[in-house]
Design a protein around this ligand. Structure first.
Ligand code: NAD
Length: 514
């Protein structure tokens, strides 16, 4: 049953983390009631704070039907018409930055300062960049020979299905929907059931700023009940997924059956490689940011710290100092730099990974446990201290499996060849950081490490124009810039014979068509 969205329902959460509220699907421009609900926990407190709709294949069916109806109108509005609406949506999110940041912090446990400074501004930038890029593109490419002119146009695929994770909810949702929308597709998105709020807020805002109903639909629910039917829906020809590698494998299989376009952004076990010739203080700062930002819950975090032996102890000491200095506390406190992990379950998984490593011979240099002295409001939360381990072999499971928490394991290397061997010793290949003062070495390392991105003396620097994605178990396909716009469209070639190449019967001679 569809009814006008009660924005107060979402707003209530934003005024107080203690008020219960419902997060509904947004289908065909309106909030849609649900018969079934899932409890939403606030990870920083461990308390139930509301409920999110538990969608199933009926809700997906309704959303895909709405998107299918909306797509032709949206496409016909032209790139400039769509860009105007995407900018209006970005303006709305920007105007309500504090409200979105608070919702994101409550849902995820991330420090509100991080949400204010990174997540929400980046969501705004995602919408704006793809709006401008799509409207700035030429309508077609023309190739001419003596015999014919080929015009290549890009046609929207129709409805794009988006599956998003919990670690950067609005940042990644907007990253994944902006290109399909800008290129003239309608979208059905399924956010993580753990962090649903800002997705519904965004879709509500889209309706308010003039998106036609059905252009942006949000179906909530678990992966198996709402995500899988979206992936398998025959009227959704393209699926873009961000999440864990095991889930990505399921999504990939389902898409292969139906010959769908699929883009998979999955897990990582990224190395931060520090050479003795680097600016060591700057390298420690970079390694610390890469290890602990967002409580280590960014796919691009560096969980493996590879350090040239001659500076190993100095780097490790510096990192331990930085880890101890991070203020752990209530995510809603402006001074907090380390918030809560996403859930008690996940926090326990991180703890078990560290305990296992210790049993196998690792040394814990800092962390390795939950913090004490937490403020009263968050004493039941899923907090874990930033942790530095050492003393494990590169083949140890701690160094080969993604933990996705504020944990890093330091390993010494002897020379460049050894660093490359260690860096490439996992089944993942998402990103790497290399800290060095030697330009030629930076270039060699950039070519030798098998990942989608290699950052030299920086981390998380993202230019919208460049391809983004992983190799091996980290991903399939690329997002970002033109890659994302191509994913959301099909190239169509319209080949017109020139007059001279057509014979008296009107047929193009055989050799002219080759
Ligand atoms: P997840 O795989 O558990 O869930 C991701 C999304 O998939 C959720 O919305 C979930 O409900 C849905 N899902 C689960 N089962 C499904 C199914 N059978 N069919 C369709 N959808 C299904 O991942 P997560 O725990 O939410 O996120 C953490 C993971 O995401 C980490 O591994 C992290 O590295 C990865 N990640 C990767 C990137 C990247 O760009 N490469 C970015 C962020 C996060």
């Amino acid at each position: 049953m569809a009814r006008p969205f009660q924005s107060m329902a979402v707003a209530s959460r934003l005024n107080s983390a203690l008020l219960m509220q419902l997060v509904e699907h947004i289908i065909d421009g309106a909030a849609t009631n649900s018969d079934q609900w899932i409890d939403c926990m606030e990870p920083a407190t461990g308390l139930v704070m509301g409920q999110v709709a538990a969608g199933d294949h009926h809700d997906v069916e309704q959303a895909v039907a709405a998107a299918t109806r909306a797509a032709p109108l949206w496409s016909s509005m032209g790139a400039n018409g769509r860009a105007a609406r995407l900018h209006a949506l970005a303006d709305r999110v920007e105007d309500q930055l504090e409200v979105f940041a608070r919702a994101e912090s409550i849902d995820t446990g991330k420090p509100i300062t991080l949400a204010r400074q990174v997540d929400i501004p980046r969501a705004v930038a995602n919408l704006r960049w793809f709006a401008d890029a799509a409207s700035g593109q030429s309508a077609s490419e023309i190739y001419t020979t003596a015999r014919a002119t080929s015009e290549v146009i890009r046609v929207p695929v129709g409805v794009v299905g988006v599956i998003a994770p919990w670690n950067l909810p609005l940042y990644l949702l907007t990253w994944k929907i902006a290109a399909p929308l800008a290129m003239g597709n309608a979208v059905v998105a399924k956010p993580s059931e753990l962090t649903p709020t800002t997705a519904s807020m965004l879709a509500l805002a889209a309706s308010e700023v003039g998106f036609p109903p059905g252009v942006l639909n949000i179906v909530h629910g678990t992966g198996p009940s709402a995500g899988a039917p979206l992936v398998a829906h025959p009227d959704v020809p393209a699926i873009t997924f961000t999440g864990g590698t095991d889930t990505g494998r399921l999504v990939n299989s389902a898409c292969a059956e139906l010959f769908k376009k699929v883009a998979l952004e999955m897990g990582g076990k990224n190395p931060t490689v520090i050479f003795a010739d680097a600016d060591i203080d700057a390298a420690i700062n970079t390694a610390s940011a890469a290890a602990f930002s967002n409580q280590g819950q960014i796919c691009l975090c560096g969980e493996r710290l590879l350090i040239e032996a001659s500076v190993h102890d100095r780097v490790v000491e510096g990192l331990v100092e930085r880890a101890k200095a991070l203020t752990i506390g209530d995510p809603l406190d402006d001074d907090t730099r380390q918030g809560s992990l996403i859930s008690a379950d996940h926090c326990n998984r991180v703890g078990r990974a560290v305990e296992g490593a210790l049993k196998r011979g690792a040394t814990c240099l800092t962390g390795g446990c939950r913090p004490d002295n937490l403020p009263e409001r968050v004493q039941g939360g899923a907090f874990y201290r930033p942790t530095v381990l050492a003393g494990l072999d590169m083949r140890d499971q701690f160094n080969t499996s993604e933990v996705f928490g504020p944990v890093v394991c330091a390993m010494p290397f002897q020379d460049e060849a050894h660093a490359i061997e260690l860096a490439n010793a996992t089944r993942y290949g998402l990103s790497a950081v290399v800290c060095t003062g030697d330009e030629a070495r930076a270039h060699r390392m950039g070519h030798a490490i098998q990942t989608g991105t290699v950052w030299i003396n920086c981390w998380l620097e993202r230019d919208f124009r460049v391809p983004f994605g992983g190799v091996k178990d980290s991903g399939l396909g690329r997002e970002g810039g033109e890659e994302a716009m191509h994913f959301a469209t099909e190239a169509r070639t319209i080949c017109t014979a020139s007059a001279s190449s057509v014979d008296a019967t009107g047929a193009v001679p055989r050799e002219a068509s080759s």
